[in-house]
Design a protein around this ligand. Sequence first.
Ligand code: GLN
Length: 302
Amino acid sequence: MQYQHILDQIHEEIAPTLPQGRIADYIPQLACVDERKFGMAICDVDGGFAWVGDADERFSIQSISKVFTLTQAMRTADAQLWRRVGREPSGTAFNSLVQLEFENGIPRNPFINAGALVVTDIVLSHLGDAKAALREFARRLSGADDIDYDLRVADSEARLGYRNAALAYFLKSFGNLENHPDQVLDAYFHHCALSMSCAELARSFMYLARHGLNSDGEVISSSQAKAINSLMLTSGTYDAVGAFAYSVGLPAKSGVGGGIVAVMPGMFSLCVWAPGLDGRGNSMAGSRALERFAELSGQSIF
Ligand code: GLN
């Protein structure tokens, strides 16, 4: 299928409505991004590629990195992982502490911050240098060997990340971190601070559209790819996941940098970026763009 004209149409519709929503301002480095930015890129399983707008500009991928970290943990410690992290939607904010107390320190899923901290801990225990490992993994998946961490973003996350620090120490108090919370936080903050473009993210997520394979071979098994897509569908957009499934109908993962990656298994991987967020931390124009994409292309997993 030809996607270029669909992306062009979405861009034409959405560009005049920008900026939409509120840019993330919990750290100064995210607040200084131009809120009128908008980009989209799609890769399909036949090698097709289409893009529009600022699809080549790198942005802070934030929680989209949680998919990469989860993939790495599943490659190395799949069984152990699911004893320490759940697979249910949380229904609470991505950085919420409340459920942890009632559920004995087992985070509801790997895509809320608490879950991602446990996943990061597992990667640290198994791969040692979790920062280098994730950067290498993103470079390999995207084919762009200059992908890197934005150290100013990582540094301000570390200086101002009181909520994440609370989560990590709370998890440690339940015995659900093996490493020191500060070590886990350092890796987690760097993972969030990875800078990638829509084009690079769309390429990187192709293994989830291709049942675990990318052009170099197997990244994960097809049943693991199915599992990650299912988790994105049920937990990838936080406490907006029901509305998102209703209007878009694709597994997706968002980040507070304004990026959202969506996957149609067997067909394509699609990334949109627009920095303004809705109240749940998902890109507002990005969510609308994906909804229009589903309408115009007729593609959804349902
Ligand atoms: N760095 C952000 C945090 O830890 C990531 C959250 C997100 O993108 N939703 O709070």
